[in-house]
Design a protein around this ligand. Structure first.
Ligand SMILES: [Zn+2]
Length: 243
């Protein structure tokens, strides 16, 4: 029996193009799968020639395009930042331009459309600027998220202590652990307060409604009537953030 054999290939159809992993194995039909990390895998029998694979992908490309679009919505994109003047930073849903100024003290100031970082000439290295900014973001993140959390908790009428933790996550904005513990993604500091409120409302709603069922939606509509619009905005903003 032949073992399986895999290689990287490219598929082009008009302006649509993608790379996929081509696996040949003991099987009769062709299959196409896409992982949430946007990896495309095509499995084929050893007997399938290039023409058959091509015809198969031409029939499937529209479906694939849809899948890619679907998964893209859930990716919280991250770009490497250089931490130099002129770069942009998203803070509470607004875009700011990073400006670095030399001064004798370390300080960060938020102005209209500008995030002004004061630092000494000796410390102008990007790694130092990065640390200054991330410390500043972190302090504000904890302040804003805990404030919003308490305010929405009150809307639900929960009168006991709920532990809020901050957890770095790739594909989630929040996690409901139990009625006593909820986690929020620190990256929420990059999106607007309304979007933050939506995530918190969703997680706090799970205390009363475990499943995403009718009762859950009913509560969402009551506490945040326009949540669907806000959810779409969050997906958009989440795709733009960089830090
Ligand atoms: Zn949920």
């Amino acid at each position: 029996m032949k073992s399986s054999h895999s290689q990287k290939r490219k598929f082009r159809y008009g302006s649509f193009e993608f790379e996929y992993e081509f696996i040949q194995q003991e099987r009769k039909t062709l299959s196409l799968t896409i992982t949430p990390q946007l990896k495309v895998i095509v499995k084929a029998p050893f007997s399938a020639d290039n023409n058959r694979v091509d015809q198969f992908l031409k029939r499937k490309w529209r479906w694939l395009q849809k899948q890619i679009h679907f998964f893209n919505k859930f990716q919280i994109k991250t770009y490497e930042k250089e931490y130099v003047s002129g770069e942009s930073i998203h803070y509470l849903g607004k875009q700011y331009k990073l400006i670095i100024k030399f001064s004798h003290e370390n300080n960060i100031e938020l102005q209209k459309k500008i995030l002004l970082v004061h630092t000494s000439e000796a410390q102008k290295k990007p790694s130092h600027i990065k640390k200054l900014i991330s410390d500043w973001l972190n302090r504000n993140m904890q302040k804003v998220l805990s404030e919003r959390f308490e305010s929405i908790k009150a809307k639900f009428g929960y009168q006991y202590k709920i532990k809020l933790v901050y957890k770095d996550m790739k594909n989630k904005w929040g996690i409901f652990y139990s009625k006593n513990k909820i986690a929020l993604n620190p990256k929420l500091i990059h999106v607007s307060r309304t979007c933050i409120d939506y995530v918190i409302t969703h997680e706090l709603n799970h205390i009363k409604n475990m499943k995403h069922d009718k009762k859950f939606l009913h509560s969402m509509n009551k506490i945040m009537p326009k949540w669907e619009v806000i959810k779409a905005r969050l997906e958009e903003q989440g795709a733009q953030i960089s830090y």
